[in-house]
Design a protein around this ligand. Structure first.
Ligand code: FEO
Length: 395
């Protein structure tokens, strides 16, 4: 069922309460999500984006109950990823000659995924516009690498709506549709998790793109992303937040991440946490066992941190695979301007801290010199080294 956004603009997407994972299993969904598609019925009838392939049949049927499909004058595909373009083949079966407006890169991604080079593609670039009647236009803004080469946003004049696609979205199911009706705490937590886990590697581009869009002096009444709540109340607040997050964001927080075999490395983690609190009582300290805590939630905490402390016991001559896998994800996110320190227990050879040091350096962290490497089981009264790490990270 369509939902009114403003005047002749409607939401026709899918609220997906059942979704548990996204990007394979790389992103865990805790509060549902949505794939937002928008129908504009001005003098021209326009559909912006579709939904994920498993919902294609339902999507096309719902759309057909709201508008005669052959009345759709054209489609705008802001981004080719399958969660937004997945229903395109089913829709194009019904209306095969309908023009599709998208970036040149999107023709490649759509053709590569769906193998229909005969579709009536029309390339748009930043600043191009299409008149949709009643004095309104759609204006296109390329958003290259935010987060795919094909990404773009579409701005509707008159109603002043920015259809921003993935940017400013959240994996968060909101039946109420708008930010002012949603659970505010969850909304902002999910928006930050989305930025931290998906957009962090592109922060420099986010910053430049926001500066470019703000310089256009557009009036923006609504930001309608392709996932989650639509920003209707104070829509520029999320733009300001993105700008803040794009500038190597950090709070006065240190996050400790570890895994442990027989609890020795866990005890080191907790001792380091205590020493940081003693050294700097104002600093927030968070401690996570990487095998017991969701990796996306840990990454959101790393995003907020000025430093991370990573621990693993030595296994063979390496680190535990749980920590190794997590470090691979950490590297992918290209965090900048954060310190790190390492720790771990060992029985005989003790390579884990060296491996951790190398992996964190590769991931772009500035690893401080003190480390806590402990032979066999730590005894609290004898344990040294944690205070030195705290001092180096709290400088
Ligand atoms: Fe990049 Fe929501 O897809």
């Amino acid at each position: 069922m369509k939902k009114l956004i403003k005047n002749n603009v409607f939401w026709v997407g899918k609220t997906d309460w059942e979704l548990e994972f996204f990007h394979g299993a790389d992103y865990t969904i805790n509060h549902g999500s949505s794939q937002n598609s928008y129908l504009i019925t001005e003098e021209k009838t326009v559909l912006i984006d579709t939904v994920w392939m498993p919902h294609a049949t339902e999507f096309v049927a719902n759309l057909a109950s709201e508008v005669s499909l052959d009345q759709i004058d054209f489609l705008v595909i802001n981004h080719g990823e399958v969660d937004h373009s997945g229903a395109l083949p089913a829709l194009m079966e019904k209306i095969p000659n309908t023009p599709i407006y998208c970036t040149a890169s999107a023709i490649k991604s759509l053709t590569g995924q769906y193998h229909h080079p005969e579709w009536d593609f029309h390339v748009v670039k930043t600043g191009d516009s299409i008149d949709i009647g009643n004095g309104k236009k759609l204006v296109f803004v390329e958003m290259k690498m935010l987060h795919w080469p094909d990404s773009m946003a579409t701005y509707m004049t008159g109603d002043n709506i920015l259809f921003s696609n993935d940017a400013f979205g959240q994996h968060y199911a909101v039946e109420e549709l708008f930010n002012d009706a949603a659970d505010t705490c969850l909304l902002w937590a999910e928006a930050q998790k989305y930025y931290a886990n998906i957009l962090t590697p592109f922060s420099m581009l986010v910053k430049r793109k926001i500066e470019e869009i703000l310089a256009l002096n557009l009036t923006i009444d609504i930001i309608a992303p392709s996932h989650g709540a639509i920003w209707r109340e104070n829509p520029l607040r999320i733009v300001e937040k993105y700008y803040e997050w794009s500038k190597d964001y950090q709070e006065d927080q240190i996050t400790i991440v570890y895994d442990t075999m027989w609890d020795g490395t866990m005890r080191l983690a907790h001792r380091i946490g205590k020493e940081i609190s003693l050294k700097s009582p104002a600093t927030k300290v968070k401690i996570f066992n990487v095998s017991k805590t969701n990796k996306n939630d840990i990454m959101t905490e790393v995003f907020k941190s000025k430093a991370v402390v990573v621990g693993s016991p030595t296994v063979g001559s390496n680190i535990l695979s749980s920590v190794g896998g997590w470090l691979e994800f950490l590297k992918e996110l290209k965090f900048k301007n954060k310190k790190a320190a390492v720790f771990g227990c060992y029985g005989w050879s003790g390579e884990s801290t060296k491996v951790l040091r190398e992996r964190l350096t590769e991931a772009g962290f500035s690893v401080v010199a003190p480390e806590l490497k402990w032979n066999w089981t730590p005894v609290d009264e004898e344990l040294t080294g944690a205070a030195e790490i705290a001092a180096a990270l709290c400088e």
